[in-house]
Design a protein around this ligand. Structure first.
Ligand code: SAM
Length: 217
């Protein structure tokens, strides 16, 4: 396991400062990003880039999202201690670690077997223990529904109804929606059974695959 010392903590503080400058206001989100040792999620070859505000490859053609994107999505999710959160797209497990630091109970689902196996074996070593699920998260995970919050960390062609169906009353879904190149960040809130939709900035995510996502990578 890579060490987490004075240097890494200093780099994390700088990253948090940058995220604040870029407009992230939720102190609980900033606090969590200040705690999760992002460099431990990186291959040795990329270690020096761990605290840059950039996305990086994690193998299998997938990425660990840019810290700003993680912060932006998590802020829009309005995470509260004790929330039951479904994350779609486990990837490296970094986003799940941020949600756990915020006191959420996290169910995280991954469609890529290698990433699922790798992250499931690695993340608990850091003390982060979400419920790891394998399968097509574009359909959500009905067996454990409803969720207070659902976070999709891959770009979807549409908002799958299967996901809004799995939100509890007052629940929030954050999902990037668009074409394969660019997606607008969408937030959907379930209020008295009705869905209230807001749109925010544009981002570029890898595609959400599966039945309610894109048909091929
Ligand atoms: N949240 C991740 C992290 O913190 O490292 C980054 C996620 S990466 C941008 C998108 C992930 O979504 C990839 O790991 C990809 O395999 C996964 N994915 C794509 N389609 C999926 C689906 N239908 N169900 C579950 N995961 C999916």
């Amino acid at each position: 396991m890579k060490s987490d010392g004075y240097r890494e903590r200093g780099l994390r503080n700088k990253l948090v400062k940058k995220l604040r400058e870029k407009g992230i206001r939720d102190e609980a989100v900033l606090d969590a990003i200040g705690k999760v040792p992002r460099h431990v999620f990186f291959d040795d070859a990329l270690l020096n880039h761990a605290y840059e505000d950039k996305a990086f490859p994690i193998g299998e053609g997938q990425t660990i999202s840019q810290p700003f994107t993680v912060a932006f999505q998590t802020e829009k999710l309005e995470v509260k201690r004790g929330d039951k959160v479904l994350e779609i797209g486990t990837g490296s497990g970094y986003q799940a670690a941020v949600l756990l630091e915020m006191g959420a109970t996290v169910y995280t689902i991954e469609y890529n077997r290698k990433l699922y196996d790798g992250t499931r074996a690695f993340l608990p070593n850091l003390g982060y223990n979400p419920f790891f699920l394998f399968g097509d998260g574009s359909k959500g995970y009905p067996a454990k529904a409803p969720y207070d919050k659902i976070l999709v960390t891959a770009g979807a062609p549409v908002v799958p109804e299967t996901l809004t169906d799995q939100l509890s009353e007052g629940g929030i879904l954050v999902i990037p929606v668009g074409d394969r190149e660019r997606q607008v960040m969408v937030r959907i809130r379930k209020v008295k059974g009705k869905l209230i939709k807001e749109e925010f900035d544009y981002f570029a995510f890898v595609p959400l695959l599966g039945e309610k996502g894109w048909k091929n990578a």
